[in-house]
Design a binder for this molecule. Structure first.
Ligand code: PLP
Length: 386
């Protein structure tokens, strides 16, 4: 029997991010490519999971998540995101934000639906849409502040458009959508009856004057938005796979059915651990990780500037897109490889975030790393000038 792959997975290949990580391991380099946060998991989170395992909470749960986690999330959504959510009706806990977005898209979109995707985009967003047969329609954001043209956004909307996908703060650009931008998007959504999918996994990492606003906190958007987030980044638990989505009950029910089909439930004891973290960690925890990331952002930006890789300073998340025009190479892959070869520091080619090669003069660095690794990376990066 000849094996032919699913057509919906066409184009799904090993990402540049994984390729660079493998290459980095091969040469024993310093990996600033992958968005894996090296920070310590808070002990309260670990203790909560350990207690749950030891007391026998090791079995399937409801496909919407354990009640204590949904209750903790509802409180947090009200206080931090200004989103009113009923823990029984509006929240679905999933296998990471990735699982929550996939379940939501599969439940709410039809093959052939067009979805606006801001560019540069996060690869999983693109591939989620493609895998379910939706058609991404790209709207570009432009450095240094990653603004976009509203008239182009409006022109991109057709009769087939069903949704807009927002990532705020954004991976890879660090763009934090402003209130005026969200209000303008809101008007378009009302006019054209669109859904908003918003990935807010970096919601706690905003710097300087930037302020995180959840689209669903705008009253007119509350009922047409699926808010997606999780604790991979905030609690440094990327391997735990705990995320969630929040939306009106009419949507939460079919999303929970898809979530059940794909994952059955999120890992039970780890849900308890995340709930323990949300309930016990104070504001000072969130402000200290924000301050620590901001310090790292400022330091890496200064080094990149010094070596001629001008950074587009991010307002949020923990990535930097830097101008790679000064590096030799015909495209961003060659430029990233060149940087790895000369300095031992791995980055991600900018082309990974655009559909048409527009990112060929950009490379992305992740700065959510331990200080000792960052200091080694800065030392190595300065070799570029020698
Ligand atoms: N969303 C964005 C924008 C990300 O950058 C990432 C990880 O890099 C994720 C989601 C993954 O989240 P999770 O681990 O909760 O699936």
């Amino acid at each position: 029997m000849s094996l032919s792959l699913s057509t919906s997975l066409k184009g799904l290949e090993q990402s540049d991010i994984r390729v660079m990580s493998l290459e980095c391991d091969r040469v024993g380099g310093i990996n600033l490519s992958q968005g894996v946060c090296d920070m310590e998991t808070p002990p309260q989170v670990i203790a909560g999971a350990k207690k749950a395992m030891e007391s026998g909470d090791n079995f399937y749960t409801s496909c919407t998540g354990i009640p204590p986690l949904r209750e903790a999330l509802a409180k947090k959504l009200l206080s931090y995101n200004k989103i009113k959510a009923d823990p029984q009706e509006n929240i679905v806990v999933s296998a990471g934000a990735t699982g929550a977005l996939f379940s939501a898209c599969l439940a709410l979109l039809r093959p052939g639906d067009e979805v606006i995707l801001f560019e540069p985009f996060y690869g999983y967003h693109l591939h989620t849409l493609l895998a379910i047969g939706a058609k991404p329609v790209f709207v570009r954001t432009h450095p240094p502040d990653w603004h976009f043209d509203f008239s182009l956004l409006e022109k991109s909307i057709t009769k087939k458009t069903r949704a807009i996908l927002i990532c705020t703060p954004s991976n890879p650009s660090g763009k934090v959508f402003t209130l005026p931008e969200l209000k303008a998007i809101c008007e378009l959504c009302e006019k054209h009856d669109l859904i908003v999918f918003t990935d807010e996994i970096y919601e706690y990492f905003v710097y300087g004057d930037a302020k995180h606003t959840s689209p669903a906190s705008l009253p007119q958007l509350a009922d047409r938005t699926v808010t997606i987030s999780g604790y991979s980044k905030t609690f440094s638990t990327t391997g735990w796979r705990i995320g969630y989505c929040v939306c009106k009950e009419e949507w939460a029910i079919p999303i929970s059915h898809v979530n059940d089909l794909l994952y059955v439930c999120a890992p039970t004891p780890l849900q308890f651990g995340i709930a323990a973290g949300i309930n016990s960690l104070q504001d000072s925890f969130y402000s200290s990780i924000r301050a620590s990331h901001q310090k790292k952002r400022d330091e890496i930006c200064a080094v990149l500037d010094e070596i001629g890789l001008r950074p587009h300073i991010p307002q949020g998340a923990y990535y930097i897109l830097a101008d790679a025009s000064s590096l030799e190479g015909n495209d961003s892959k060659q430029k990233s490889m060149r940087l790895l070869g000369k300095t031992g520091v791995a980055s991600v080619p900018g082309r990974a975030f655009y559909h048409d090669g527009a990112g060929d003069n950009l490379i992305r660095f992740c700065f959510a790393k331990e200080q000792v690794d960052l200091q080694r990376a800065y030392f190595a990066l300065r070799n570029l000038k020698k």
